[in-house]
Design a protein around this ligand. Structure first.
Ligand SMILES: [Ca+2]
Ligand SMILES: [Ca+2]
Length: 208
């Protein structure tokens, strides 16, 4: 009898320990996507050195969060190695794309030598290149913590429902020449999450 009681006590301690270790999804500590660092690639394909000039587009992680008190909003967060609010010469594009209910969506912002555009989010075409429908949303470009946050009204991204999943979460960054440079506006450098350490879905917690 004593052995059983002892076993129960030990099991309880184990369960409590495990549950406190299990950090909550949708946080910087437990992101939906954890990328590798020093992996910005020429044309998104070719690794190169040094990476030190491209730390401002090197993705660390991306996570999605919600607040119970603001159930009609969703927060998309993108952490960069060393975020800057202006670039030296390029058009830097920061984006997170995802699927909900089989439809593709993105949140994006451009940062230029003159500063940043507004933050946008909405539905995109299948190639995830162009918005079909978007809203200008609130958010922050926090160069102290190196995090871009889009605060998106859920009704702009298909009104995701509690318990359902946001899938195929893909953070991506791109560097192009600016339009005023007169040079071809191809993506020269990119960081994509195909080499990410972690990628997982996000389950919607709250509903408006
Ligand atoms: Ca990276
Ligand atoms: Ca990557």
């Amino acid at each position: 009898m004593m052995k059983i009681k002892l076993l129960i006590v030990l099991l309880s301690i184990l369960i409590i320990t495990l549950s406190t270790l299990n950090v909550i999804a949708g946080t910087e500590e437990d992101p939906e996507v954890e990328d590798r660092i020093r992996d910005v690639r020429l044309f998104g394909l070719f690794p190169f050195l040094p990476q030190s000039n491209y730390v401002y587009v090197d993705i660390i992680s991306a996570w999605i969060s919600e607040e119970q008190t603001n159930p009609d909003l969703i927060y998309m967060n993108l952490k960069i190695r060393d975020l800057e609010d202006t670039t030296e010469k390029y058009d830097a594009i920061y984006a997170i794309s995802w699927f909900y209910n089989n439809n593709p969506y993105s949140a994006s912002v451009h940062i230029f030598p003159e500063g940043s555009t507004s933050l946008k989010a909405g539905s995109v075409d299948e190639e995830r290149n162009d918005f079909i429908d978007f809203v200008i949303c609130q958010g922050t470009i926090d160069i102290t913590n190196n995090i871009i946050t889009w605060i998106i009204p859920k009704n702009a991204i298909g009104n995701p429902t509690t318990g359902l999943k946001i899938t195929n979460i893909v953070p991506h960054t791109h560097l192009r020449h600016t339009e005023s440079s007169g040079l071809p506006m191809w993506d020269l450098f990119k960081d994509l999450p195909w080499n990410a350490k972690i990628t997982k879905d996000y389950i919607i917690k709250y509903q408006a």
